[in-house]
Every structure is written in C-alpha cells, then in structure tokens.
Design a protein around this ligand. Sequence first.
Ligand SMILES: [Zn+2]
Length: 143
Amino acid sequence: MNSNKIRRKHTWKKKKQIKYFTHFKLKNPTENSKTQNKWQVLFGEHELNWKHIFTMPYKATVESTLRNFQYKYIHRIIATNKYLFKCKLSNSNLCDFCSENIETIEHLFWECKHIQPIWNQLASFLEQQQLNVKLSFLNITNL
Ligand SMILES: [Zn+2]
C-alpha cells in the first residue's frame, strides 16, 4: 500500500469516528428508550424523571470512575451473569455471591442477601443521623 492510500484510509477512519461521536452527542437522553422501558416495567406506575436520572451521574460526583459506574447502571450495561450466560461467556446465570438467584442488576445491587446488610447499615446510619429516609428498591423517600 502506498502512502496516499494509507493516508486516505486513515482519514476515512477519522471521519467515521467523528460521525459516530456527533451522532452519540446529539441523541436526546430523555427520549423513550429500551433501557427506560425495562426500568419502567420494574417501577410500574411510579413516575420516573428521566432527565433527572440521566443527569444524576454528572451531578453526584466529579470522580470519573463513579460517573462511569452510574452511567452503566442507569443504562443497564453492567455485565451480570444473566447476560454473560446468555452470551455463553459464563457457565452459570446464578449470582456469584449467593449462588441461589439469577444474577440480574436488581438482584446484584438490591436483593442479594450479601448486599442487604450494606443497605441495612446505611439505613441505620441515616437513622442515627436523624435523617428519616425509607430505603427500598422502588423508592428512597424522606419520611
Ligand atoms: Zn445473590
């Protein structure tokens, strides 16, 4: 391959990347999406403020690792065993911690008996601080 062909190929790749970035940047984060539909099924009739939810990772912290994690959680792109098993990348769809339930995002971060003590500790801490906050999967509310 001569240098002109290599240069042209490189330029084409760069244009493709810019086009992808532009498309990604222009996508409206509050439009109804497959991710929102999945969350809405779990939350049922609870009305969810999507603009607030999608901007939360950027308001809650400046730490990029935490922002990245929150983004993945909100967009449901965390590789759970349920997903990995479906892709044949894991031998089991069961939770790595309890081995009793299918490892979904909801189970891993809320329902698992190994995560419940952390939520209980947080609830106790909030109670000690005299912050009347009720924690549940569907709702975190001030009492
Ligand atoms: Zn579990």
